[in-house]
Design a protein around this ligand. Structure first.
Ligand SMILES: Cc1cc2nc3c(=O)[nH]c(=O)nc-3n(C[C@H](O)[C@H](O)[C@H](O)COP(=O)(O)O)c2cc1C
Length: 374
């Protein structure tokens, strides 16, 4: 299926990439994941290049084989709140686990972030792995509980974010009428895992409600994504595999009466680019030299800027991605991509040269959702 939307770009800005060695590079702040100056610097870089959104993955428990920089990192909503006051247009996407967190608190935090940032927040509501349950008083639950919890969590979130109709607050000082109570709606949700009465004490945001994604690859993930979310963060090992996942998601959307163009399929890549193939190879070798066993896989998007731009264009044209989420393995991965690849994508008319909107939904070409009572 050919892609009719412009390419969207996101940047994961928690520092050193999904690898064990990046922090050792001389030009990388070794404490990047808990260094607010680093986060803000990366955020400004991405906003200067007109990226759609910043993106934070979530690691909320320490497990075996943790990547070093995830052993001490900031929590997402706190970081994004700080970044929101240093940026104007770029989206702020936070990941939280529906297996660990509490839906009322998450609904309140993310909608607050949405209003603080004037319509730029989104939540990636993932199942995560069951290993972290013990930190959230849920040690008695296991893997088979995770998707049923995820379903309840999503239903509660969407209900709470639409607590108030758009014109519920009158705030008329003369008559003393603050609220039209008929326009306030409780969720009265009685699930197996979560019981939430509502209402949430926060009105809707300028983008209607925060953008909602989920991440995964399984059939159940696809069912939840196409039932509840505005988009996904998914993964295929090859272009063909990713196209197949994206097309299956779009098929399920149509089956459920939704428009595929109102949905964002994203995957992440960690490109290493140079002006030439040789320059990219040298950057990769810099990382390899940091580890004795040379076990860093070569990125799928790799080589000269032209070559990487061609790859991105191919993935976008063939419908594998609406949004590319960039991770960086090399300390200058984001900067290099912005300096070398973004201008080519802009010249080819695939990526914007100016923001179209002030809200994340606006830039993602997602429609403003009307209020709906659950
Ligand atoms: C692209 C992608 C991104 C993910 N990001 C996170 C993350 O940030 N934090 C986390 O704990 N789990 C993350 N996960 C794990 C998922 O939450 C989930 O546990 C896993 O994909 C298993 O679900 P599935 O078999 O239904 O796909 C991610 C998975 C995928 C595929």
């Amino acid at each position: 299926m050919e892609n009719i939307k412009k390419l969207k770009l996101a940047a994961i800005i928690d520092g050193l990439g999904w690898n064990y060695v990046g922090w050792q590079h001389p030009e990388m702040p070794a404490d990047a994941s808990e260094n607010i100056d680093f986060y803000i610097q990366q955020a400004k870089l991405a906003e200067g290049a007109k990226f759609d959104t910043l993106f934070l993955v979530d690691v909320s428990h320490v497990g075996p084989g943790n990547i070093p920089h995830y052993l001490s990192m900031f929590e997402g909503v706190s970081v994004m709140s700080a970044i929101s006051t240093h940026t104007q247009k770029i989206g702020l996407s936070v990941t939280a686990s529906t297996s660990y967190a509490d839906p009322y608190s998450v609904a309140r935090q993310i909608l607050s972030l949405d209003k603080i940032s004037r319509g730029r927040a989104s939540l990636n509501a993932i199942t995560s792995n069951p290993g972290g349950m013990v930190n959230f008083s849920r040690g008695h639950l296991g893997k088979s509980d995770q998707y049923p919890m995820n379903k309840e969590f999503m239903e509660i979130l969407l209900g709470l974010w639409d607590t108030y109709e758009d014109d519920a607050f009158i705030r008329d000082k003369e008559s003393g009428v603050f609220l039209d109570p008929r326009k306030m709606h409780r969720v009265n949700y009685r699930g197996k895992y979560f019981q939430v009465e509502g209402p949430l004490n926060l009105s809707r945001s300028v983008q209607g409600r925060p953008v909602l994604y989920t991440a995964g690859t399984s059939q159940t993930f696809m069912d939840h994504a196409t039932s509840y979310t505005d988009g996904v963060f998914t993964h295929g090992h090859t272009l063909e595999e990713t196209v197949a996942i994206a097309n299956e998601l779009r098929r399920q959307l149509v089956e459920k009466g939704r428009r595929p163009e109102d949905f964002i399929v994203s995957v992440s890549q960690n490109p290493i680019v140079g002006r030439t193939d040789q320059e990219a190879l040298e950057k990769y070798l810099e990382l390899l030299r940091l580890i004795p066993k040379n076990s860093l896989p070569r990125p799928l998007f790799f080589g000269s800027a032209e070559k990487v731009a061609d790859q991105i264009q191919q993935w976008h044209d063939q419908g594998a991605i609406d949004m590319l989420i960039l991770r960086q393995d090399h300390p200058h991965g984001l900067r290099d991509f912005i300096d070398l690849v973004v201008p080519i994508l802009q010249e080819r008319g695939i990526f914007r040269t100016e923001y179209e909107a002030d809200t994340l939904r606006g830039n993602l070409e997602l429609p403003m959702p009307a209020f709906r009572e659950i």
